[in-house]
Every structure is written in structure tokens, then in C-alpha cells.
Design a protein around this ligand. Structure first.
Ligand code: NAD
Ligand code: MG
Length: 394
């Protein structure tokens, strides 16, 4: 039996890499559903190649354009519109596995739908877990879903651990997430006032979507990953450490109780964690080049400094504060990054927006909060961040 896949955000960097791996294994995978926010042209090309049953787009205009293209190509793919349709596709009874590759909190409802429906859930969409936190993890447990990390660091940790997660707490002393340090690794944060979006998205080792590329430049990406690790591996914040490793060859490490260190290495190519998520617990060809040790000059490590990446340190603050605080941080950051990419605020203003929003909006959520509570908090944090952005852009 082939695994039937729904790919949320199939036109993005992770979505395209997922389809690349899937295309290498037509005997194992079949595409049930695809989705895109804007790139209807690329979505149509994907429909021609993979012939999904369903395609979801954001607008009626996009749907009309896609339907015309599908008709010309003689394809019977059904076109659905909007966030509700994404949830339906993620929970559809025909679907075995969901690749969550939407960027931002916008992906949370569909991830929750997949979790509640007990799917095999391949999670690239880290913001969904940063916002959803304990609620997300309860939905995974109650729905009987299998949560497989796709973020390269978390896949690395997952690959270093035994399949039986009940043994994890006993084995792990702490984990070390590696960070490339991004394009501004050697610069003081205060000197980055004038950097442009193009400079910020030019990552030295990875080719990724624009939002995560800016997050890598501010190191907010690593902050989000610390929070993501807290939930994926059920670790107290002090058991999660970060080290800068500019070559991005070691993708992360587990330090065991006996001081033995387990690491996962490879070329920086997202097809590796994607293939692992797709085939787990088996291994399949990913299409990535294998590591040539003799070409590696050196593997080096540096401590992250507050003066260079102040955003990173917000992760532990937010994790120690009340439920919902990480959702506030994520919302502020999404708004600030969008404003920076639009040319409205300076690069250094991103951290100001994040830190001020965190300080000004204690979430006040109870332990029994719902998805609606989190989405409401997300909206309030965005409104507050929006006001800060206005002030900072003046
Ligand atoms: P991207 O911008 O390249 O693609 C995002 C996808 O989501 C696109 O298909 C887009 O159409 C869709 N989308 C965007 N906004 C949407 C919305 N509001 N509703 C529905 N769909 C929407 O992003 P990416 O780089 O592929 O990253 C996707 C996720 O994976 C992010 O959470 C990112 O942090 C994570 N991730 C990416 C990489 C990478 O190498 N690109 C690595 C690790 C983790
Ligand atoms: Mg990562």
C-alpha cells in the first residue's frame, strides 16, 4: 500500500523539496492533496506532475485560475478555497501522512486538525508548535498522531534517540542545537541598522523561504527552535543549549547522562530530514549528496553572544513565563519580519518589536486554554506589534 500524502504549502521551499523526494519513490507515495497561498502557476505544474485528488488555494480568483488550467490539462483535481479547506484536507480519511510546510501561525489550525485525526504529521511549520505548545502536544497524544520533526536540528536529535520515546527522559542530560549564525554572525547587532532585506535573506549555507531566512539572520529562528525542542522532546528549558557551528555539518547533538554525545551529520540539504520523516523508521534515498569528509576543512564552534543575537535569548525567557507567551513572541516576530521585508522598519527594529510586545502583553491564559484562545492571543499580539511597528517606522 502506498502512503497517501497531503502537503500543506507545497509551493514553498520545503514543499518543493518534499515533492522532489516523493518523485523518487512512486512505489511508496501517492499525492492526495497540495496547497498554495499565491503561486497558482507552480501549483498547477505540481498538479500536472502528481495528479492529486484535491488542491487548496487562498482565494476564489486563484481557484478560478487553477480550475481553468486543470481543465486545459484534462485533470480532475478538485479545487477548494481557504483555511477551512486546509483543515479538511489535513484530516481527510484518505490521507495517511501530512507534511505541514506552511510558514507561520497560519498553519496551526490545519496542524491541529491533522493531529486530532491521528495522522502521521511531518512538522516543518515550527511556528505552529511555538504557538500551540502544550495544546498541540495534547492533540497529538489524544488523536494518536505520530509527530515527526522535519526541522533539521530536531530531525537530528530525533535520529539520535531510540524509537521508544518513553526512554528519552532517562537518557538525555541535555541537547545542543547547532546554529550557523546566519549571514551576520560576526557583527554586533547594533551595527546592523542599515542591512537590506536582500542582504538578510542571503543565507551562507541553506536556501529557504524569505521569512525563515530573516529569522536566521536575527537568530530568532534558533529561538523558535529552542521552543520547538521543548515540546518535541519534553525538555525543561535549561536542558536545551545552543552552539554556533558555522559549517552546518553537525545538525544537532544529544548529550547523554553518561556524557556520551550523539550527533547527526550531513550536507545541509532539507531532503535528508524530509526523507527520514517520510520513511521513518526506514531509510530511503533522499537525493542529497553524501558528506565528503576529506573536503571538510574544519568543524568549529562558538558561543552565541547576547550583543550579537539578543533575539535568541528571548526563547528561554518566554518558555519560563506563562502559557501563551511563546505565541505572543511568535506573532510579534511574524509582524516585525513582514514589516522589515516590506521596507517599513530597520533590521534592528525586529528585536525591539519582539522584546516590547513580550513585555507589554502577558497572555494570562489558564492551563485549560483552547485553540481559539491562542488564535485570539495571536491577533492581540499582532495588533500591539503593529502599533510598535508604526512608531518605529516614523
Ligand atoms: P516558504 O515561504 O518557501 O513556503 C511557504 C508555503 O506556505 C508556500 O507554499 C505558501 O504558499 C504557503 N503559505 C504561506 N502563507 C500561507 C497562509 N497564510 N496560508 C496557507 N498557506 C500559506 O517557506 P519555507 O521556507 O518552505 O518554510 C515552511 C516552514 O518550514 C516554515 O515554518 C519554516 O520555518 C520551516 N522550515 C523551513 C526550512 C527550509 O529550509 N526552508 C527548514 C526548516 C524549517
Ligand atoms: Mg532548523
Amino acid at each position: 500500500m502506498r502512503q497517501r500524502l497531503a502537503i500543506l504549502g507545497s509551493t514553498g521551499s520545503i514543499g518543493v523539496s518534499t515533492l522532489d523526494v516523493v518523485a523518487r519513490h512512486p512505489d511508496r507515495y501517492e499525492v492526495f492533496g497540495l496547497s498554495a497561498q499565491r503561486r497558482v502557476d507552480l501549483l498547477l505544474a505540481q498538479c500536472r506532475q502528481f495528479r492529486p485528488r484535491i488542491a487548496v488555494v487562498a482565494t476564489e480568483a486563484g481557484a478560478a485560475e487553477l480550475r481553468r488550467g486543470l481543465k486545459d490539462a484534462g485533470l480532475a483535481t478538485e479545487v477548494l478555497v481557504g483555511p477551512e479547506a486546509l483543515c479538511q484536507m489535513a484530516a481527510a480519511p484518505e490521507v495517511d501522512a501530512v507534511m505541514a510546510a506552511i510558514v507561520g501561525a497560519a498553519g496551526l489550525p490545519a496542524c491541529m486538525a491533522a493531529a486530532r485525526a491521528g495522522k502521521r504529521l511531518l512538522l516543518a511549520n515550527k511556528e505552529a508548535l511555538v504557538v500551540g505548545g502544550g495544546l498541540f502536544m495534547r492533540a497529538v497524544a489524544e488523536g494518536g498522531a505520530t509527530l515527526l520533526p522535519i526541522d533539521s536540528e530536531h530531525s537530528a536529535i530525533f535520529q539520535c534517540l531510540p524509537e521508544d520515546r518513553r526512554t528519552w527522559a532517562q537518557r538525555i542530560d541535555h541537547i545542543v542545537l547547532t546554529a550557523s549564525g546566519g549571514p551576520f554572525r560576526q557583527r554586533e547587532h547594533a551595527s546592523l541598522h542599515d542591512v537590506t532585506p536582500e542582504q538578510a535573506v542571503a543565507h551562507p549555507n541553506w536556501v529557504m523561504g524569505r521569512k525563515i531566512s530573516v529569522d536566521s539572520a536575527t537568530m530568532m529562528n534558533k529561538a523558535l527552535e529552542v521552543i520547538e525542542a521543548r515540546w518535541l522532546f519534553d525538555l525543561e528549558p535549561e536542558r536545551i543549549r545552543v552552539v554556533i557551528h558555522p559549517q552546518s555539518i553537525i545538525h544537532s547533538m544529544v548529550v547523554c547522562r553518561d556524557a556520551s554525545v550523539l550527533a547527526q551529520l550531513g550536507t545541509p540539504d532539507m531532503k535528508v530530514p524530509i526523507a527520514y520523516g517520510l520513511a521513518f523508521p526506514e531509510r530511503i534515498e533522499s537525493g542529497a549528496a553524501s558528506l565528503d569528509f576529506l573536503q571538510l576543512a574544519a568543524l568549529t564552534f562558538e558561543a552565541p553572544e547576547r550583543s550579537r543575537c539578543p533575539g535568541l535569548f528571548l526563547a528561554w525567557d518566554a518558555l519560563r513565563a506563562g502559557a501563551g507567551t511563546t505565541a505572543v513572541l511568535n506573532a510579534a516576530n511574524e509582524e516585525a519580519v513582514a514589516a522589515f521585508l516590506a521596507g517599513t522598519i530597520a533590521f534592528t527594529a525586529i528585536h525591539k518589536v519582539n522584546a516590547h510586545t513580550l513585555e507589554a502583553l502577558p497572555p494570562g491564559l489558564g492551563a485549560d486554554h483552547t485553540l481559539e484562545d491562542l488564535l485570539d492571543l495571536d491577533r492581540r499580539a499582532r495588533a500591539l506589534a503593529g502599533r510598535l511597528i508604526k512608531e518605529l517606522s516614523a
